[in-house]
Design a protein around this ligand. Structure first.
Ligand code: DCP
Ligand code: MG
Length: 415
């Protein structure tokens, strides 16, 4: 019989993520104090304009905007480790930071670039270890248990492989904690930041976890922490000394029991896998049944609104699609659907509305309507679609816009 595998869960968190992404563009700033925050300023545009004739990595360090003299209400989103040495960090006001570290370079956030790298590092992980839970822009949980190398040296071998591969492909570093569960892994990933790996085993609880402040438990926020401090409890070890009933008396059944389990390093939560949506849709049931002709204006407005909502959902989730569909339910509760697949991926409300309008024309609209829905399927990640389009010869991508031109001249129902 094969030996029973120890459950090994990793938490991976990118190092100074937004700042590190900027350093890829401006490698000349490596090792310098850089803070990211505030809005885009005239100084940022001026920098690029003044150096329009040189590659970004050749812009002299001396020309970058500095924190010194900053006025305004902006806050720091993140700071490089060099800047953190001066005591600046996330959520600090930029004016305060300017006093602590005036020489720091100040750059704005480029969200499109952040999303691109976020997707890239997650795809690299998925290639190596398929059980990954997406926890936001710069962190994930990974189940190491059955992945080759995931048991070796407590998971360190697989951790190193993932770090190395992410770095080779993106130039970014990350830190990894490996532990028997998500709770401990999340704490461990902070132990050796940046570019570090930390292993926490069950038997390490007393030495590595109990000395930490209660706030280090993901889920104990400032309010709960204040209450714990009021009860004389500052470390996880002190929390673990309390009777579960005493904790329940003070925090209620659910939180009390959870505090007790957490302080003893217990956490059974599974890894929740990322699931790709098959389609994105919106539908609405009307307050009263509507007639295609008599209530044309109202229906038209609702139809447009649904398309706008679907377009916004697509944008938020980062997808485009090429099958546009509608769903209608009549006053006799019978439903019909129609859809149309177009050549180019679309995501904007206007094009979705045009194609959905064509679908609508294929349905006889004699009965009154109870419900209207709009759906976009055959999805592709926006970024992958952009990359595919940019690799296509120009003639092919032109075809897509011709298709929507054609649609634009079709008369619309409900208009
Ligand atoms: N972030 C933000 N607002 C905050 C904190 C963070 O917008 N109050 C953004 C900027 C960070 C990113 O989220 O780059 C990830 O947050 P982290 O807490 O992981 O911070 P960093 O990755 O910047 O640094 P670390 O190396 O400590 O993980
Ligand atoms: Mg991070």
């Amino acid at each position: 019989m094969p030996p029973r595998l120890i459950r090994r869960i990793a938490h991976l968190d990118m190092d100074a993520f937004y700042a590190s992404v900027e350093l890829l563009r401006y490698p000349q700033l490596k090792g310098l104090p850089v803070v990211i925050g505030g809005g885009r300023r005239s100084a940022d545009d001026a920098l690029l304009q003044a150096h329009a004739d040189v590659p970004l990595n050749k812009i002299p360090v001396a020309d970058f905007p500095r924190l010194a003299g900053y006025t305004g209400r902006g806050v720091i989103t993140t700071a490089t480790y060099a800047a953190r040495q001066s005591g600046v960090g996330s959520a600090m006001g930029l004016m305060k930071a300017a006093k602590l570290c005036p020489q720091a370079i100040l750059l704005p956030v480029d969200f499109a670039e952040i999303r691109r790298y976020s997707r890239a590092f997650k795809d690299i992980i998925l290639d190596i270890a398929p059980l990954m839970e997406d926890r936001g822009v710069d962190e994930v949980y990974i189940d190491f248990t059955e992945v080759p190398g995931g048991q070796r040296d407590g998971g360190r071998v697989l951790g190193r492989l993932i770090q190395k591969t992410i770095f080779q492909h993106t130039g970014l570093t990350c830190s990894i904690g490996v532990a028997p569960n998500k709770l401990l892994a999340k704490m461990a990933s902070e132990f050796n930041k940046p570019n570090g790996i930390a292993i926490v085993l069950e038997e390490d609880l007393q030495d590595k976890i109990w000395p930490l402040a209660c706030r280090k438990i993901n889920g104990i926020g400032p309010k709960a922490d204040e209450k714990l401090q009021g009860l004389g409890i500052t470390t996880i070890g002190q929390l673990a000394q309390q009777e579960v009933d005493w904790l329940i008396d003070h925090f209620g059944q659910k939180t009390g029991a959870w505090l007790y389990a957490a302080s003893h390093g217990q956490d059974e939560r599974p890894i929740e896998l990322e699931s790709e949506p098959v389609s994105i849709s919106r539908e609405t049931t009307f307050e009263r049944d509507l007639h295609a002709v008599r209530d044309k204006a109202e229906l038209g407005a609702i139809f447009t609104r649904l398309c706008e909502q679907v377009a916004a959902d697509l944008a938020n989730k980062g997808y485009v699609g090429k099958t546009i569909g509608i769903k209608l339910r009549f006053d006799d509760f019978k439903s019909v659907t129609r859809d149309q697949t177009v050549e180019a991926y679309v995501g904007d409300a206007k094009t979705i509305r045009q194609i959905a309008g064509l679908c609508l024309k294929r349905v006889p609209l004699t009965k009154r309507l109870r419900l209207l829905g709009v759906r976009v399927a055959s999805l592709m990640r926006l970024q992958d679609a952009a990359e595919t389009a940019s690799k296509k010869p120009l003639a092919l991508s032109n075809k897509g816009s011709n298709a929507s031109d054609l649609i634009a001249i079709e008369p619309q129902l409900f208009d």
